[in-house]
Design a protein around this ligand. Structure first.
Ligand code: SF4
Length: 222
């Protein structure tokens, strides 16, 4: 799977689909779709994050009728017999669609193996976050952020190997410790900051010891 978080680009045609005060993500995603950057994808799944993204799933169906498009709804009712049954049905339908799209049937064994890989991924990211909180000079956020974003486009096995190699490399070097201020950076929400902003904060004398970047890859645990 590829994770999309919009694009850092000038939006021209995307503005014809949304009001210009709407966040960057849907408008730049439309721009990416229209300029062909997403042609490599077999389909798009739109999460139930907000009305804007729900509407984007409808727009996608109209704009790209030959592309698999699904809006993944989440239960509003947490009673197992109501919201639980609904969510189970949604996931089963999604699994069937993924099997048809990829030609590989989704079985319990394959799902469990995949969940184990993603759990390992989250654990490796957590370990780097813990190390950064303790020794932020060893794990600059500009590097950690790039690692996180790489996870959006790499197969999870390759990303796990990359995270392991980075952790190993960090252990082997002793980086200079500066008299920086330890700060927590929050508020990114869906929109991710440009790398230059993170570098600027670090160069201005901040050690970012916690943040809310790319939350999906850190919260999910199977
Ligand atoms: S920031 Fe996220 S929740 Fe808000 S409008 Fe944009 S995509 Fe939707």
């Amino acid at each position: 799977p590829v994770g999309l978080m919009g694009g850092d680009m000038e939006i021209i045609r995307g503005d014809a689909y949304y009001q210009s005060y709407i966040c960057h993500i849907p408008r730049s995603t439309i721009e990416l779709g229209l300029n062909g950057s997403l042609d490599v994808l077999d389909g798009m799944i739109f999460p139930a994050i907000c009305d804007v993204i729900r509407n984007l799933s409808g727009m996608w169906q109209l704009m790209f009728p030959d592309t698999y498009t699904r809006y993944l709804d989440l239960p509003q009712n947490f009673a197992p017999g109501v919201g639980g049954a609904f969510y189970r049905h949604e996931l089963a339908a999604l699994a069937a669609d993924m099997g048809a799209l990829s030609g590989v049937e989704v079985t319990n064994e394959r799902l469990l193996a995949s969940i184990a890989l993603y759990n390992e991924n989250a654990a490796r990211i957590r370990a780097l976050y813990d190390l950064r909180a303790e020794q932020p000079w060893q794990v600059p956020t500009a590097e950690l952020y790039l690692l996180l974003r790489a996870g959006n486009v790499l197969p999870v096995e390759e990303h796990n190997a990359l995270l392991a190699a980075y952790a190993e490399a960090v252990r082997e070097v002793e980086r200079p410790r500066l008299d920086n201020s330890r700060i927590v950076l929050t508020g990114a929400f869906c929109e991710q900051p440009p790398l230059g902003l993170i570098r600027t904060l670090e160069r201005a004398g901040c050690y970012i010891v916690d943040d809310d970047f790319v939350l999906g890859s850190r919260w999910m645990q199977g």
